[in-house]
Design a protein around this ligand. Structure first.
Ligand SMILES: [Ca+2]
Ligand SMILES: [Ca+2]
Length: 363
């Protein structure tokens, strides 16, 4: 890796000051960068999960991630996925700031975040003020599922398009991008560092530096490869999958629309989100910068009111009957998809980060 992220543990405070600047008072939405996802088939099958406990947290999610016992698997459930469009990146702080400015949405002000050698603790913190944010082009977190849902509804109203959270089935179909292996890139977890921001060598060095010698070990295991990021990173900093989507695994764990169920059923067969089951718990997918790479079929649930610094989201856009991308090769769809100015902003932000770090690293 040629770059290394250097955000400090208190960069969230700097971010809060930045977001109070006039530039962030803009009233208009930012159109998300979307990718056309073809329809297809998928077989959902994951380890059977118990319902998350009432005090479920990022920590309990992690304990499921590191279990060494061979898990009992759900019966395979065939699913048919209709074509749709999906956010190329996790929703960023900058995009979310427009939502807050426009709606005064009562965003949470307490967030389970990394403050000490105790790892994650509930403390004052919010979408624009928490530890370990890489800035306005980083993925928004400390918001919880209801705020993600509210953002999708607001953006739909503003744009006249149908944006929503992905179903769990859509999320896995998009993350796999045709792969049937444990990870979208194959079976080797050491390759994760090319494609995902995970708990890796850089993460271990960061917590050692920032938390008095703390290390990722034992229950908090890490991969030994190096993805260059100690904490969350600017979206799209790692390689895309075969559909062109970034950070599906890693960076932030992602909310889906589904109510939690321990296993799949015929109610998943059409690819839509489950609206039955435990609807106070929502399904997450993909893992985060704090965990070793998750298998692409790994899943869990979080209470809808759980507010943590490891969870974020991305959006799906439905292809309504007259949508130009019902034919993804059409000129109208290419026009609809290309030249999104926010894509250029993101690319500049990533380039500046690399340049800054490269300059810092010179003797
Ligand atoms: Ca990392
Ligand atoms: Ca992610």
């Amino acid at each position: 890796m040629i770059y290394r992220f250097t955000q400090s543990r208190w960069s969230g405070l700097t971010l809060a000051l930045l977001l109070s600047a006039p530039a962030f008072a803009a009233k208009h939405y930012i159109e998300p960068v979307m990718v056309n996802i073809p329809g297809g088939t998928l077989t959902l099958q994951s380890p059977i999960l118990p319902l998350p406990q009432a005090n479920s947290s990022s920590a309990t999610s992690n304990s499921a991630a590191v279990s060494s016992a061979a898990p009992e698997m759900t019966p395979p459930q065939p699913v048919i996925i209709k074509p749709f469009r999906m956010g190329k990146y996790e929703v960023t702080v900058k995009e979310f700031a427009r939502f807050i400015a426009a709606t005064n949405y009562p965003a949470p002000d307490q967030c389970r975040q990394m403050l000490s050698k105790k790892w994650f603790e509930l403390a004052p913190g919010s979408w624009n003020q928490h530890t370990h944010s890489p800035g306005e082009y980083g993925p928004v977190t400390c918001i919880g599922w209801p705020a993600a849902e509210a953002y999708a509804q607001w953006l739909s109203k503003e744009t006249g398009k149908h944006y929503r959270l992905p179903s769990e089935a859509e999320w896995e179909f998009a993350a796999r991008a045709g792969a049937t292996s444990t990870y979208p890139w194959g079976e080797d977890p050491e390759q994760a560092c090319q494609y995902a921001n995970i708990a890796d060598h850089s993460a271990n060095e960061a917590v050692k530096r920032d938390y008095d010698g703390l290390e990722y070990t034992g229950r908090w295991r890490r991969q030994t490869c190096d993805d260059g990021a100690g904490y969350a990173s600017i979206v799209g900093s790692h390689k895309a999958n075969a559909f062109g989507l970034h950070d599906m695994l890693g960076n932030l764990n992602e909310f889906t629309a589904d109510c939690f169920n321990p296993s799949f059923s015929e109610k998943n067969a059409d690819g839509s989100a489950r609206t039955d089951g435990e609807c106070n718990q929502r399904v997450w997918r993909g893992g985060s910068w704090h965990w070793a790479p998750f298998a692409v079929n790994k899943r869990g649930g979080l209470k809808a009111d759980f507010i943590g610094a490891l969870e974020g989201f991305r959006l799906v856009e439905e292809l309504d009957a007259k949508h130009p991308c019902n034919n993804p090769n059409s000129r109208q769809c290419r026009k609809h998809t290309n030249n999104n100015p926010f894509e250029l902003e993101l690319a500049n932000a990533r380039r500046l980060t690399v340049k800054e770090v490269t300059t810092e690293s010179k003797p």
